[in-house]
Design a protein around this ligand. Structure first.
Ligand SMILES: [Zn+2]
Length: 97
């Protein structure tokens, strides 16, 4: 899965840390396990909301405190949403835009 963060962590683009997690059968780089948890929860939420069986790419804008405005794509389909999480990675708010 591609994200717009191409230099570092798939969620926040930080280049420190070294944490990998397999998401959708693909080894993805994160700065830490919290970012991986957040990303994984987000992926599950998008799939639940859309019924997609996979996601091709996600564009993320925002940060931890403001929340993130995102666009996910799967084939020809796109889905725009906003989400925010608690500091431990659990979902706080998720809404379709
Ligand atoms: Zn990160």
């Amino acid at each position: 899965m591609k994200t717009n963060n191409e230099t570092g962590c798939a969620l926040c683009d930080a280049t420190w840390g070294e944490y990998y997690r397999e998401i959708e059968n693909e080894k993805m780089f994160f700065c830490c396990n919290i970012c991986a948890d957040i990303f994984e929860n987000m992926v599950n939420e998008v799939k639940k909301e859309t019924g997609w069986d996979h996601i091709d790419s996600v564009e993320l804008h925002g940060n931890y405190s403001m929340g993130r405005n995102c666009t996910a794509t799967s084939g020809e389909n796109t889905f725009k949403y906003y989400f925010r999480t608690y500091s431990d990675g659990r979902m706080m708010e998720f809404k379709k835009l």
